[in-house]
Design a binder for this molecule. Structure first.
Ligand code: PMP
Length: 404
């Protein structure tokens, strides 16, 4: 009985955190963490979240009934406005289908499941993922019978975007292929296309009639500005690219464990939207019946109250600002203090929570073994793990491993 079940390897990120926790070295640093930390390396409950928490706790009208299958309507409507823009033509034309999901992972799953069932596949079910991408994308698509393929994205030579490779893939893929594209703050590289590059990407996507599966897990986190970080999504909608968006409030509202997310599908007509919504309801019903209420209520309060919304924007600027400061400080230490060999401009050019340092697997392992600095072996560091107390220690040791 169960002899045929093989032992699966532990998730590498969660394993990294466990090893970090068991390390007793006082100056240890965790750069694997995918969550924001304050300057004292502590999780941060956003002040606006504390405030809405109080409001909810003291609201006698709050009960624990089920939400509708597609979620809290005032939450999903506000979430759609947040990503698409309050004056989005697609919203005005009532052709945006929004469903509350189990954070961004659930949105990816429901979006993938929906495509698996209902996309008009011309050939085998396949999705193009950026090389590299959030590692979970592979399993999420495989789970619903869609084979993941990759398109060139990151160029190790420039530690930047392989723009030519990306465009080349869009051009050579069979028409109507599905491309998963990170809306902003690409995970794991921190490398995003420029506005001019986005425009060209949209041109080719339209020409080849591809479908875009946007994953938006970091709106506001990249630049500190919610509108700026939604630019690519809004531009693609404006151009009439067929697409869906997976949205997460884990990072930008610090609600990781509350699992607040949404899937937004943007078809060309209201009629199609109605039909899509009916099918998403059927899928959602068999998967989770009803999404969780608590986090959605918190976010709904923030998004639907102008004063709280402004407060949230300030909190987002606090988080993004601290990360941008760390980028500057690390860059300055490497280039001016340690005069570390090589070009380190990518540290300040990349955006969002993560940075691809460009160091090798051996160098990454050496940082962990020699200096108790924990990071994934692809050289990715979480900027949120750096702070004014450890950035010098990190830069010094990075310098050492680069010099070999
Ligand atoms: N997409 C990307 C690109 C991510 O980086 C993440 C979080 N690591 C997610 C989706 C999903 O996160 P969550 O389910 O916590 O919202």
């Amino acid at each position: 009985t169960w002899d045929s079940v093989p032992l699966a390897p532990p998730d590498s990120i969660f394993k990294l955190t466990a090893t970090y926790k068991s390390d007793t070295f006082p100056q240890k640093v965790n750069l694997g963490v995918g969550a924001y930390r304050d300057d004292d390396n502590k999780p941060w409950v956003l002040p606006v979240v504390k405030k809405v928490n109080e409001i909810l706790l003291n609201d006698p009208a709050v009960d624990h009934e089920y939400l509708p299958i597609t979620g809290l309507p005032e939450y999903t409507a506000a979430a759609a406005k947040l990503i698409l823009g309050a004056d989005s033509p697609a919203i005005k034309e009532e052709r945006v289908v929004s469903v509350q999901t189990i954070s961004g992972t659930g949105a990816n799953h429901l979006g993938a499941l929906f495509l698996s069932r209902f996309y008009q596949w011309d050939g085998p079910k396949q999705v193009y993922l950026s090389d590299p991408t959030w590692i979970n994308h592979f399993a999420i698509f495989r789970n619903v019978g869609i084979e993941p393929l990759t398109y060139p994205y990151y160029d190790p030579k420039t530690i930047g975007l392989d723009y030519t490779g990306f465009i080349g893939s869009l051009e050579s893929a069979t028409p109507r292929s599905v491309f998963l594209i990170h809306a902003c703050a690409h995970n794991p590289t921190g490398v995003d296309p420029t506005k001019d590059q986005w425009k060209k990407i949209a041109d080719v996507v339209l020409e080849k009639k591809h479908y875009v599966f946007f994953d938006s897990a970091y709106q506001g986190f990249a630049s500190g500005d919610l509108d700026n970080d939604a630019w690519a999504v809004r531009y693609f909608v404006e151009r009439g690219v067929p697409l869906l968006i997976c949205q997460s409030f884990a990072k930008n509202a610090g609600l990781y464990g509350e699992r607040v997310g949404a899937l937004h599908v943007v078809p060309p007509s209201k009629d199609a939207a109605n039909r899509i919504k009916s099918q998403l309801s059927v899928l959602q019903r068999s998967e989770i019946s009803n999404p969780p209420a608590y986090g959605a209520r918190l976010v709904s309060l923030i998004l639907n109250d102008p004063a709280l919304f402004e407060e949230w924007k300030r909190d987002i600027r606090t988080m993004a600002g601290r990360i941008i400061d760390m980028r500057k400080e690390l860059h300055e230490l490497l280039t001016e203090k340690f005069k570390t060999p090589g070009n380190w401009d990518h540290i300040i050019n990349q955006i969002g929570m993560f940075s691809f340092t460009g160091i090798s697997t051996d160098q990454s392992l050496a940082l962990t073994e020699k200096a108790h600095i924990y990071l994934t072996t692809n050289g990715r560091i979480s900027m949120a793990g750096l702070n004014s107390h450890n950035v010098h220690y990190f830069a010094e040791n990075l310098d050492k491993v680069v010099r070999g």
